[in-house]
Design a protein around this ligand. Structure first.
Ligand SMILES: Nc1ncnc2c1ncn2[C@@H]1O[C@H](COP(=O)(O)OP(=O)(O)O)[C@@H](O)[C@H]1O
Ligand SMILES: N[C@@H](CC(=O)OP(=O)(O)O)C(=O)O
Length: 468
């Protein structure tokens, strides 16, 4: 196919050192050399985001020495990569990287002095990962003989709300991105955008949620009306299960936007849950491609699902570290207000509900939430619902989901899942099926999640070694 404009996203693994960055740059250069305009969107070097989160916590708790040690390690890593990518010690890029580390150090010192880490200051700190990797990609492209210019998310026009840690693009983002990037592209310069981050109207730095560089890339793709968005990964594409858990997981050739959203929501770390949302209106396809095998087609994500005969389910996913919150007591019985107050309390706390179920007698409501959100949920519920109700946490849970548009209207799909689970002696704690019939999800004990994933994957004939 002849492309005019592509957006290419490179994740942490593809930015992890100078070798990976050079290889990623060569993947962009392959298209640029044949006349395709490319916008590159990059993540932080692998591990850097977690390191930044950790050092921010250390500063908050008063351990500035530990925080500074981490900054020094990161600094060495970025300088080494810059040097290996040909930057002279007194070059503009090295100076820029040095200045960014200095600003980071000051921000972290501020957290230490105040012993306070607000969502806003956390975003400022954590976005340095992407701001520091973007100049490295520019260097690699320039070494390849191309013209490149790196920009922070805000400089690239990504304007967000002020929901720090999980910000969403504002409607005028798209116009701004177009304004900021079109000129560069027209001049034959490849823009390199720091992913994961944006900026509020007042200039505060925000982040788009973990894995958010996928989201940045699709925002840019929509803004520029790209032919496609390519997310380069360390896997062949979106697979029928996490390949770290299921060795014979297979690449899925085609998925719909809806299927990918369900997969990401239910724990497939391969794409950000909102990544496809900017593409839905325009129908711009997203391709997940393997950086190790660039000619392999990977996974094409588009508006229409493609159903495989005899395979109603395309993938099995799991969310770990889940807790079930049980609200029970005679007071729940038949009183809709109780249910309303449960949801009110959850909404106020902005907790993501993974599953909800209510016993038919209405004497019990169970909610599955991430364990990190459990304490907040318990406090909010205890404050928000009547005193006779018992609110308890059951930790050590995982949510397992099967996803596929082919299960719509198909009988026996859930039965097949439950038989596979029963054969593995896996106890099912909660069950839910969305009315879209794109998924069925169950809560199981965390200790059983890998065995359950393998069994369900096999039962639906998804692996190479499977017997359907
Ligand atoms: N269904 C799945 N298909 C592909 N990869 C998956 C799936 N579920 C989980 N993963 C994991 O997601 C990882 C890729 O996502 P991620 O590391 O966020 O990519 P990147 O940082 O390169 O953008 C893979 O290494 C893989 O282990
Ligand atoms: N660096 C961010 C954003 C991101 O998308 O990273 P990756 O592409 O490596 O998953 C994170 O770790 O969440």
């Amino acid at each position: 196919m002849n492309y005019d404009l592509l957006v290419m996203k490179f994740g942490g693994t593809n930015m992890q050192d100078s070798r990976a960055i050079r290889h990623s740059a060569s993947l962009a250069a392959r298209s640029i050399r044949v006349g395709v305009k490319v916008v590159v969107v990059v993540s932080a070097m692998a591990g850097v985001t977690n390191q930044l989160l950790k050092l921010a916590d250390a500063a908050q708790s008063g351990d500035i020495a530990a925080a500074n040690d981490e900054i020094a390690l990161m600094r060495t890593r970025h300088f080494t990569a810059a040097q290996e990518l040909g930057a002279a010690p007194d070059s503009v890029t090295v100076r820029e990287i040095r200045e960014m580390h200095e600003t980071l150090r000051q921000a972290v010192y501020g957290v230490y002095l105040l012993r306070e880490l607000t969502p806003r200051s956390r975003d400022l700190i954590v976005a340095f990962g992407e701001r520091l990797s973007a100049p490295l990609m520019s260097l690699a492209l320039e070494q390849d003989g191309l013209r490149a210019h790196h920009l922070s998310g805000g400089e690239a026009g990504i304007l967000t709300d002020s929901h720090f840690g999980n910000a969403k693009p504002m409607p005028n983002t798209y116009e701004r991105v177009r304004d900021r990037l079109s000129g560069l592209l027209a001049a034959g310069v490849t823009p390199v955008v720091a992913g994961f981050m944006g900026e509020t109207e007042k200039g505060a730095i925000t982040t788009l949620g973990r894995g958010g560089t996928d989201f940045s890339a699709t925002i840019v793709g929509k803004a520029l009306g790209a032919d496609e968005v390519w997310a380069w990964k360390d896997v062949d594409g979106v697979m029928s299960a996490d390949p770290r858990v299921v060795k014979d997981a297979q690449n899925i050739e085609v998925l719909s936007y809806g299927e990918v959203m369900e997969l990401a929501y239910f724990g497939a770390k391969v794409l950000h849950p909102l990544a496809v949302t900017p593409l839905q209106e325009s129908g711009i396809p997203l391709r997940v491609k393997s950086a190790a095998d660039p000619d392999f087609p990977g996974t094409l994500v588009q508006a229409q699902p493609r159903d495989e005969d005899g395979h109603p389910v395309k993938a099995v996913t799991a969310i770990r570290n889940v807790s079930i919150i049980n609200v029970s007591g005679a007071g729940v019985l038949g009183i809709p207000e109780v249910i309303a107050s449960v949801f009110d309390a959850i909404a106020r706390e902005n907790v993501t509900l993974l599953m909800v179920s209510q016993s038919s007698s209405m004497s019990n409501v169970s909610l599955a939430v991430q364990t990190v959100d459990a304490e907040r949920t318990l406090v909010a519920l205890r404050a928000g619902v009547s005193l006779e109700l018992k609110v308890e946490e059951q930790p050590g849970v995982a949510v397992l989901a099967i996803v596929g548009s082919g299960m719509r209207g198909q009988k026996g799909v859930s039965a097949r899942m439950f038989t596979a689970l029963a054969e593995q002696d896996v106890n099912v704690l909660m069950i839910s099926q969305g009315s879209s019939e794109l998924n069925v999800s169950v809560a199981v004990e965390a200790a059983h999640v890998d065995a359950a994933t393998l069994a369900v994957h096999r039962a639906f004939g998804l692996g190479t070694a499977a017997t359907a």
